[in-house]
Design a protein around this ligand. Sequence first.
Ligand code: SAH
Length: 263
Amino acid sequence: MSLLPDPSHMTALQREGSISLVGAGPGAADLLTGRALARIAAADVVFYDRLVSADVLALIPPSARAVNVGKEVGQCAWPQDRIDRLIVDSALQGLRVVRLKSGDPSVFGRAGEEIAAARAAGIKIEVVPGVTAASAAAASILDPLTERGRFDRLVLATGTTLAGKAPENLAPSLVPGTRLALYMAVHHADLLQAGLAAGGLNAALRVTVVSQTGTPFERVLRCALGDLGQEVRAQGIRNPAIIFVDIPLAQTVSDSAGAVALA
Ligand code: SAH
């Protein structure tokens, strides 16, 4: 006979709480990992983000509380420190907390702050990886993220700085052989186009924008870098979207300043 108490007879207070930062992937529920499914099924409470799809939310068991802590773009209804406190307080009450984030929690998911908050409170924390949007988009358009002889470097970057402007520090990433995957970027398409041109990229380089990948509403836009802003506007492409900028090895040369131009 087991000396351990039957969990069904334990109150939440007697149980040790935990936090799982779970990757929900790009939208399709069948892209969740087995571990993500298990954590969701065992959750007492699930705090989820705006981009987590309805298909994934439908997997939350009726016994678990589901709380939307999602932020609209430009709005901070749930500041990060409030979310940190909330997940920690729930775990301190003995609850199994699932923090459900779109894609992979470790890619632009503010996982670091939540890990630090859990550690500071001495709470058990884990990260369950998910399929990040760049991987899902590449799979969907059958265009691999790396390619022997053409793309030997993959750079994941945000198109939005903390100040809400397009980043000016992308230039060091713009070396031949790079596939650049820009997150949170499509609303800055004009600024990015200008910034990448100023960084030395030729306007003829190929750009692919994939929005709402992994959902029935996926759209794909292919154009030259020089047309990016105009095409995104004309086609009405909106977030969530990934912008791939291809700087292939074979077709690129470095000028004396180290910037990249199409040969
Ligand atoms: N942790 C997430 C990224 C969150 S940041 C991940 O690993 O995918 C939010 C950005 O992710 C969006 O602005 C967009 O650039 C990208 N994104 C999220 N879901 C997407 C989707 N279904 N299709 C295309 N891009 C997506």
